[in-house]
Design a protein around this ligand. Sequence first.
Ligand code: ATP
Ligand code: MG
Length: 271
Amino acid sequence: MTAVTEHPTSVKSTTDPTVHVQDLHVRFASSRGEVTAVEHIDLTVAPGEFVTIAGPSGCGKSTLLKVISGLTKPSRGVVELNGAPVTGPRQDIGYVFQRAALLEWRDVEGNILIQAEMRGMPRAKARERAAELIEMTGLSGFEKALPHELSGGMQQRVSLCRALLHEPQVLLMDEPFGALDALTRERMNVELRRIWESTGTTVMLVTHSVPEAVYLADRVVVMSPRPGRVLEVLDVDLPRHRVYGDTMASPVFQELTTHVRSLLRTTGEAD
Ligand SMILES: Nc1ncnc2c1ncn2[C@@H]1O[C@H](COP(=O)(O)OP(=O)(O)OP(=O)(O)O)[C@@H](O)[C@H]1O
Ligand SMILES: [Mg+2]
């Protein structure tokens, strides 16, 4: 099935946020007819911001990330990265999929370096950066390990290193921790937040977990059921450096998660 393109438009942004989405509609055509995945989406993400997206299954969260990355064409509306329209797959983006999607026959380093091979990055520089990322994500000593020798959390960290190898300005993450157990997921949340703090990358992350959405974000976007619209955008007024336990226990966190849950409950979805 392919996206139906209608009236592609391009409007120059005056403020040049990292991500600018305006009046986005995405419809898919199929033999069963048309499906409107998202409609009237307006969203702006500032440079270095961490935005999480929550919403019921099928409301178009993955579609939104794919449109921003240039993998799916909008049917209507504006999608810009750094003030320029997105017209096709972008090199300056890192994408982390729900499953780690590692090559079983390649070791940790080899899986991370695929990114460099696909982009024709100089090998020495790529290896140096891979070593830094391996260290940063606590994978040191496992450079030569194969995916089946790693835990699920470690595999996801390899996937994260691969997405960060080319130092993308924007990191799009589609339920990256959905397959992990609760404890590993918490650890990954803390690690991701730390990596984000030290790299300054702009992150958009889709999640079904309300605590994850609030803990990680500067702002949480809550979407309606399909056709997905933005129901509400919440500012997360928590310190930039977040200690996991303290954050969970804070009144601001409690209020925000309660509010996000109540919004999702109206959509029939809450964890
Ligand atoms: N390539 C495609 N062709 C046809 N329909 C599609 C395509 N991609 C997505 N859709 C439809 O668009 C809607 C939104 O899908 P999408 O994957 O964006 O939802 P989602 O919010 O990510 O859901 P989930 O939380 O289950 O991952 C769904 O109805 C889906 O069937
Ligand atoms: Mg999805």
